[in-house]
Design a protein around this ligand. Structure first.
Ligand code: FAQ
Length: 312
């Protein structure tokens, strides 16, 4: 019976087993993974846009080559993740339709603008830093195709984080006062949105309990956020920037940094479609999709021709 299947499934999860696409799984497990993996895939490809904005204006050839490679990696991450979602029985076209129709979510962070070159460095340092903190535990996600994709993605993500930190270090150490101000301004604008990337507080996170039970999420939203704050304070010190939070201080008893309240109204506004760049991001994705139609048609025509030739 269904109940026996579910009991056996949960016992396997408790034993630390991984689930493969052809294994039996509860419908809710499948739907949760399609939701999370597709949102993650959409985040990767929408996440190409804010940095893509600076490819033509990178300050040196070296920085341009690094940025091009990073943005290309993000496209690759999107592809691994769409492929992982497809193993659960949805098509990539369906998922992309949901994104373009505004029905699928993607990370709130990519709805903020990149106003200066320093934003590119800060995205690497803070946004990729937060992404790694959240994604390392996902390498042990109970759904094996997602876990395998995350292992590759995390390796590339740590290079992304370091290139961002390095770009900022150069500006802070060798830069002019104006360049240093530019870095500080970018940190001030990206700090709070980066903390929001981890999702709502645990008590408001409606999916957490079930996802933790099934080994999809291994560490809670708030615990990951705390780990990120603790790791980042020291990096900010080395860089010589301040973090825009007057309440940030070491708590001896907790052995963690305390930090000020997050503006959850802003978070839900951005998630709901009303952030500074939501409309622009979706319009850019839809336009890129339309302009790529001829490439998809040509690839299909080529594939069809090769099949006929093989048969002949
Ligand atoms: N933005 O119950 P929970 C990257 C939604 S990194 C928008 O806590 P869950 C790399 C959530 O979907 C960014 N929506 O949900 C990169 C749910 O709504 P729903 C992508 C958010 O799933 C760097 C509702 O709120 N990383 O792309 C956000 O258990 C630089 C309730 O929330 C991932 O996707 C948010 N920040 O936990 C690329 C990692 N937070 O679906 C380019 C994988 C929550 O019911 C440049 N995902 N919501 O309509 C996860 O780990 C989880 O899905 C969480 C949310 C932790 C994001």
């Amino acid at each position: 019976t269904e109940q026996q299947l579910l009991d056996r499934f949960e016992a396997r999860i408790d034993d630390g087993a991984f689930v493969e696409p052809k294994d039996w799984m509860p419908d809710h497990y499948r739907r949760t993974l399609v939701r999370q993996i597709s949102q993650h895939a959409h985040s990767e490809i929408v996440g190409m846009l804010p940095e893509g904005n600076w490819i033509t204006r990178a300050p040196t050839l070296k920085r341009k080559a690094i940025l091009l490679a990073k943005v290309q990696d993000e496209g690759g991450h999107g592809l691994y993740l769409y492929a992982a979602a497809e193993t659960l029985g949805v098509s990539r076209d369906e998922l992309i339709d949901q994104l373009h129709a505004g029905k699928a979510k993607y990370s709130s962070i990519f709805n903020y603008p990149t106003l200066s070159w320093a934003d590119v460095g800060v995205i690497g340092w803070l946004v990729d830093g937060a992404a790694i903190m959240n994604q390392v535990p996902l390498c042990r996600c109970s759904y094996a195709p997602y876990a395998r994709a995350m292992i590759r993605i995390c390796r590339e993500e740590s290079f992304h984080q370091r290139q961002g930190y390095d770009a900022l270090l150069v500006m802070m150490r060798d830069g002019t006062p104006r360049q240093r101000d530019m870095v500080q301004d970018a940190v001030n604008r990206w700090w709070w949105p980066s903390l929001m990337m981890f999702g709502p507080p645990d008590e408001a996170s409606n999916h957490s309990e079930q996802s933790m039970r099934w080994g999809i999420k291994r560490i809670s939203n708030d615990d990951l956020r705390q780990k990120f704050v603790d790791a980042t304070v020291q990096q900010a010190k080395v860089l010589g920037v301040s973090l825009p939070d007057p309440e940030l201080r070491w708590n001896e008893a907790r052995e963690h940094f305390d930090f000020g309240p997050i503006d959850w109204d802003e978070f839900w506004r951005v998630v709901g479609g009303d952030g500074p760049c939501n409309r622009e991001r979706l319009a850019d994705r839809a336009q890129a999709w339309d302009e790529g139609a001829w490439v998809r048609e040509a690839a299909l025509a080529h594939a069809a021709k090769s099949t006929t030739q093989r048969k002949a």
